[in-house]
Write a protein that binds this ligand. Sequence first.
Ligand SMILES: *Cc1c(COP(=O)(O)O)cnc(C)c1O
Length: 374
Amino acid sequence: MQAVRPFNFSAGPAALPHEVLSLVAEEMLDWHGSGMSVMEMSHRGREFISIYEAAEADLRELLQVPPNFRILFMQGGGLGENAIVPMNLSGGGAVDVVVTGSWSKKSAGEARRYADVRIAADSATLNADQRHLDIPDASTWQLRKDAAYVHVCTNETIDGIEFQTLPDLKALGCDAPLVIDFSSHVASRPVEWSKVGVAFAGAQKNIGPAGLTLVIVREDLLGRALPICPSAFDYKIVAEAESMFNTPPTFGIYVAGLVFQWLKRFEYAGKTGLAAIEQRNIDKATLLYQALDDSSLYENRVAAHCRSRMNVPFFLRDERLNDAFLAGAKERGLLQLKGHKSVGGMRASIYNAIPLEGVQALVSYLKDFENRHG
Ligand SMILES: *Cc1c(COP(=O)(O)O)cnc(C)c1O
């Protein structure tokens, strides 16, 4: 019997699948008869190498990562990558960034320390109050011929904006590789690899514990690092050492590997694996946005075509009700709904691990609260 746990809508570190947490607990003291916890194993030993190889192969299969891309398990998080990417790819030259929210804005700021950064487009210029509520049409992006790469954040965790398809830089007349920060929607939907040069993600939103950073890099982009790039962050060195140049975040890789296995066998609506989790994510998001749009108390202001399936910020039209809303939610076992401090209001993060029942419970609470206070 699994104990009933509350639904956790944290933006990150975020909920993990119950099944995975139970298995981690079961295997904590003795992994597969080895007499050791995964935390206590040499990263070069037979046991851990088998965990690492399975995690890599399962992720490759799950996300259909083509053979000319390398999968790196690194450290440093999404913010670390904001420096590691320009150190690896910019050559100190031109970098174009499309700003669609808080995270891409941060990425642009950090890259400025290493490269000549230009904002190719900024969604805050699209409305009078300078909010990030939409994605500027790709035809308006100011891309430079000599850009070393173009950076976009494909799911803005704070603003709740998601690219539903990736920009096709070639079609825009730009030969630069596309770098995507997909931290907060990795493994929630397929990736169009033909449009991507580098994809990076901190693990703590959708695939495992904080401390593990996933980098998936096209092979021809290896070997371009600036001399100031630390060896442990040089993609070529890390790729050549199979992510073992230094000790990788072993426990994080193990938990992520269990999440990949959970995703591979996941079934929903007659589908299996990534197609199944994507369908459930679509159904969860549709249900929640519908409830917000149907209400006169709540609102989400993001343009319909780019609303995030993972992070749903919303406001109570009467902000004086915020504290009562959060207290009532907690009483019902609906945790961590408070919005990011830079945006205010509420935010429900409905990552892969949140079941449909979690969103149904949230929607039912939204309606009850509105009936009492609306
Ligand atoms: C959370 C997040 C990050 C930051 O990750 P850290 O691990 O805290 O450095 C970067 N980008 C996006 C899109 C995120 O959601």
